[in-house]
Design a protein around this ligand. Sequence first.
Ligand SMILES: Nc1ncnc2c1ncn2[C@@H]1O[C@H](COP(=O)(O)OP(=O)(O)O)[C@@H](O)[C@H]1O
Ligand SMILES: [Mg+2]
Length: 373
Amino acid sequence: MNRLSGEVTGSVTNLAANEGASAETSAETSAGTRPAVGEPAIRARGLSRRFGDLLAVDGLDIDVAPRSIYGFLGPNGCGKTTTVRLLTGLLTPSAGEVTVLGHRLPAEAEVLKRRIGYMTQKFSLYEDLTVRENLRFVASIYGLPPRESRSRIAELLATYALERLQHQRAGSMSGGQRQRLSLAAAILHRPALLFLDEPTSAVDPENRRDFWERLFDLIDAGATILVSTHYMDEAERCHRLAILEAGRKCADGSPAELMAAMGARVLEVEGPGLRQLKSELIALPEILSAAQLGSRLRVLVSDEVAEPAAWLRALPQASGLTHIDPVRPSLEDVFVTCTGTGAGSDRGGPDTGSGSGRTADPAAEPIETLNHP
Ligand SMILES: Nc1ncnc2c1ncn2[C@@H]1O[C@H](COP(=O)(O)OP(=O)(O)O)[C@@H](O)[C@H]1O
Ligand SMILES: [Mg+2]
């Protein structure tokens, strides 16, 4: 049997194995330690994690409401996975306080592990096992009795459109099919809280949409979900999200709140010489970003400018423009104003610590974007 990912298999093992507790024991434990009504499912204050010289997670304050989807949005290397590992109890914080489902971490990490599901960033099931065999394996880790295991697996195969694939080996499945299997495995023990780390990075848009519908079904059934992503369209589906950059939270709120509090207005302009215009505009302090979309240039103008369209119209550089239209902000605009980076911005981001050991520079690897008309 070939272990595809030590991390993930490890996560299943870490989350549930070798505890010697039966599913019944776990259910009793869970019932006795639920957070009080109105308490957040996750509460973190000053959560930090250092790896040598690198502060990978830097003083995060997070509140996740029960029965909601909370997102971490940020580029590679910003600390999403590290934060998820801290919140699941798999990693010990260097500083800060965390309570998850009423359990203080790290002291109560072992109890918590039976109450959460964790879908890791890399596919973590066994490629050489079939769909059904993988689910049976996970059920055995959680100590489900045979009868309960059979009925739960049958239910999951039906819910996640895996019945037809149940005898197929996981290694031969498509990205979307694997992801449905991973989700089924992560919720097999009916966790109250589910962590999904970049769940749809290998999935096409149609399957991604389908996946999110399934997440809302889980919320409807009472679960709470924390999802990390670098896709704007995923972030927009969250009830609330935190924008992370270099281990820090630079904004949080609902997508609508974030857009309303952005501190900039968005204009789309059209005319000849847009490449030249763009480079001239981004040199102005009032312009936070300019990015071309087809034949239009999307320009973020600081709130300090009272009448952005008139102000832009009066600039000598803009004399050739045929259109200047105010448009609705998008989450990408929020990201750009918040971090100073983003797709299409030539300005680059704040120094995210060259020499800090980060694997990716957000400015060099812009996050995937979704633009609104
Ligand atoms: N175990 C580790 N040891 C040293 N550095 C780490 C470790 N895990 C993560 N990092 C570093 O911490 C930073 C954040 O990583 P990560 O949390 O994986 O980011 P993301 O999931 O947002 O891509 C990166 O610079 C990464 O190289
Ligand atoms: Mg990650």
